[in-house]
Design a protein around this ligand. Structure first.
Ligand code: PLP
Length: 389
């Protein structure tokens, strides 16, 4: 296609050509595990030998994700956690140190503490809202800085440009998990990050159909290291999942903008409700509003918001038990369906209360992922449920 195209066009067309033999508009789904070679001399002439290493359907998704994120290439994996595992396994070894945000997806935090610490890798969990904390945590053996913005679930933001500057000055790799942002809102590689990662399970898939992850690299040397590690671990995405995500991601821009507009309406409405103590949404009320406005493109602040109910855990449980369709009471986020979660009794129930409160997940903390339903229906259902709290 001619020249540089806008993101919405790339989401539909980038890296996808009609299949030459039949004209099929979609990238074919190649389920084959192995690929027949014409001769020893022309081994790999067509680029494929074994699907753990390279699969034609999966490769198209990897190229497409890289293009959307502004990277030189990517690897896709079976889940978002698998993508985080690839990053940490590639760049950390025994005796190394990693600085990671103290407010991240709980699974990321657990992976560091339960899996990698036992291999002799050291982690400092610090508050990334202040760059000084990151600078102070640097040690001679620091090899990786791992940020997350907006962070799950409290939506704290980080200054990606500032962190990347610190990482460059100290020869440290900076990887950002931008799952909540999506490339529609923030492309970390544009702000100096070396790597970015996504749980594709969320907005890329966007339909609660499949799980996946991606690590996207800014430069080919890092990409090669990640690819090698992924291949050794066999940490891949199934071709059928890649095929689905190649279709669902086409509407990601549309969905995220709609979800963002709905989240703004819901946040504004919640802020007027007498039973709601506080609301946090980067587009309306957020303690780091300046960072939100600097980093979130075109005033799109995402599908995620949270609010706090008067009445703590009891009020949260009542809300969860009384909320009706179109809301769904479940985990996951970023999909067409609106999802509501009382974190203290659901996703973060296994955290020690003191730790939970320290990162801002109070007893009445309710996380919301806005879908693509009509916002008026969502607000009416919230109103009915709040009457019973
Ligand atoms: N990163 C973030 C910010 C997440 O919210 C999640 C899951 O909720 C993950 C990573 C892990 O993704 P997955 O569930 O696809 O393994």
């Amino acid at each position: 296609m001619p020249g540089k195209l806008n993101q919405d066009t790339d989401l539909v067309h980038a890296c996808v050509e009609p299949e030459p033999k039949t004209g099929a508009i979609l990238t074919p789904l190649y389920l084959s595990t192995t690929f027949v070679q014409e001769s020893v001399e022309s081994y790999l002439a067509k680029g494929f030998s074994y699907s753990r290493t390279n699969n034609p359907t999966v490769s198209v998704l990897e190229d497409k994700v890289a293009k959307i994120e502004g990277g030189c290439g990517s690897v896709v994996t079976g889940t978002g956690m698998a993508a985080t595992t690839v990053v940490m396994s590639t760049f950390l070894k025994q005796g190394d140190h990693c600085i990671i945000t103290d407010c991240s997806y709980g699974g990321t935090n657990r992976l560091c503490r339960v899996q990698f610490e036992k291999y002799g890798i050291e982690f400092s969990f610090v508050d990334f809202r202040d760059l000084e904390n990151i600078k102070k945590a640097i040690k001679p053996n620091t090899k990786l800085i791992f940020s997350e913005t907006p962070a799950n679930p409290v939506l704290s933001l980080c200054d990606l440009e500032g962190i990347s500057k610190i990482s460059k000055e100290n020869g440290i790799i900076h990887c950002c998990d931008a799952t909540f942002a999506t490339p529609v809102m923030v492309r970390p590689l544009d702000w100096g990050c070396d790597l970015t990662m996504q749980s594709l399970t969320k907005f890329y898939d966007g339909h609660n159909v499949g799980t996946g992850g991606a690590v996207i690299a800014k430069d080919p040397e890092l990409l090669e290291q990640i690819k090698l590690c992924q291949n050794m671990h066999g940490n891949i995405m199934a071709p059928s999942v890649a095929f689905n995500i190649l279709q669902t991601m086409k509407s990601m821009g549309l969905r995220v903008r709609r979800q963002s507009a709905t989240a703004t309406e819901v946040a504004e409405w919640l802020a007027t409700h007498p039973k709601v103590k506080s609301v946090c949404y980067p587009g309306t009320t957020h303690p780091q509003k300046e960072l939100a406005d600097k980093y979130h493109r075109d005033g799109v602040h995402g599908a995620m918001l949270w609010f706090e109910l008067d009445g703590g855990v009891d009020a949260g449980i009542k809300l969860m038990n009384n909320i009706e369709r179109p809301w769904s009471l479940c985990e996951n986020l970023g999909a067409t369906e609106s999802i509501i979660t009382a974190c203290a009794v659901m996703t973060h129930a296994n955290m020690i209360k003191e730790d939970r409160l320290k990162v801002g997940i109070t007893d009445g903390f309710i996380r919301v992922s806005c879908g693509i339903e009509d916002p008026a229906d969502l607000i009416r259902a919230l109103e009915r449920a709040l009457e019973k709290c």
